[in-house]
Design a binder for this molecule. Structure first.
Ligand SMILES: [Zn+2]
Length: 320
């Protein structure tokens, strides 16, 4: 079976990767990651580029061999609707995540009827649906996983496949968002070039990714949730992320040492991953301690934005 993830993938499913940023193949081993979230077998090597310092996975699974890792458990937790007694908490948390994204982009881009928004790696589509309902924007999404049977896609234009292979209109979008997309990307340079091309002059690009030079990485190392092997291809520090932005031709508007995604998830999951040692996390059983821990941690989480815990967001604009 070529599509199974029950056994560790063989060497024939992998390819060596030259540095995404500078093209060098001289690297130093950084860590070996595992699929701590779902517990699928396999060891995945991450390296640091000797030339420019970019941290990335090499060898990586070829694009044909990565898709089984986006099935089942990886997607399931987004579709899950029955969490028993905690359903209300869960739905509130998911709704809060979309509200935080909305708040963040609204600080920069003006969202109003007719504003063209594209969300890259749109998943369930819930963020786009929120923007439609709150601001009456024209919403479009791209993902290589088609989840358009979910109700969030009502009124949303959907493009299926790899972002940079889509036939998207040039100089068209007022806002392009990438929430935890660029660390999964097989060609981040091409992704940024694509974004430059499809944005209107003055249009915004908002990118959130995990931050490698953060407190949670120092705490958890190879069990850091930002490793998420084999899906994560690149792990960005502040410096390497900003370098990618610089070469894209977009102007830097702002850099935030946090994101819309709760840093608490990384604090919690990193600890759980250490205890489970690569055997995977049972999301159903984890949800009780997750919310209990969140309540205990509230005093610390109030200062989340100043602690450089786990996330980073970069806001750029296409020059007018
Ligand atoms: Zn490099």
């Amino acid at each position: 079976m070529t599509n199974s993830t029950d056994t560790a993938p063989g060497a024939d499913k992998f390819e060596e990767v030259a540095c995404y940023d500078c093209g060098s193949t001289e690297t130093t081993n950084l860590l070996v990651g595992q699929d701590d979230l779902s517990g699928k077998p396999g060891d995945f090597q991450f390296v640091t580029c000797n030339q420019c310092g970019l941290a990335y996975q090499s060898p990586r699974l070829t694009v044909e061999n990565i898709s089984p890792y986006y099935d089942d458990e990886y997607i399931a937790h987004r579709k899950e609707t029955n969490w028993g007694i905690l359903t209300w908490f869960y739905e509130r948390a998911m709704g809060k995540h979309d509200r935080e994204k909305d708040k963040l982009v609204s600080r920069y881009a003006s969202l109003k009827p007719g504003t063209e928004v594209l969300d890259v790696g749109c998943g369930s589509g819930s963020f786009l649906q929120r923007l439609r309902q709150q601001h009456q924007v024209n919403a479009s999404g791209v993902d290589f996983k088609n989840l358009t049977h979910l109700p969030f896609f009502e009124g949303v234009t959907f493009h299926e496949g790899l972002y940079y292979e889509q036939d998207l209109c040039e100089n068209f979008y007022d806002l392009v968002t990438m929430w935890h997309f660029l660390e999964h990307d097989y060609d981040p340079v091409r992704t940024l070039e694509t974004s430059h091309r499809i944005l209107k002059p003055g249009g915004y690009l908002v990118i959130e990714v995990p931050r490698l030079d953060s407190v949670t990485y120092r705490l958890y190392g190879k069990r850091w949730p930002g490793v998420q092997a084999p899906q994560h291809t690149v792990m960005y520090t502040k410096d390497t992320l900003l370098r990618f932005m610089e070469r894209s031709g977009l102007e830097l508007v702002d850099y935030l040492p946090y994101g819309a995604f709760p840093a608490y998830f990384y604090l919690y999951a990193g600890l759980a991953f250490h205890l489970r040692k690569g055997k995977g996390l049972n999301l159903r059983r984890s949800i009780y301690p997750y919310f209990a821990g969140q309540i205990l941690m509230t005093p610390i989480l109030l200062f989340e934005r100043h602690l450089n815990l786990a996330m980073q967001t970069v806001i750029c604009r296409k020059p007018s």
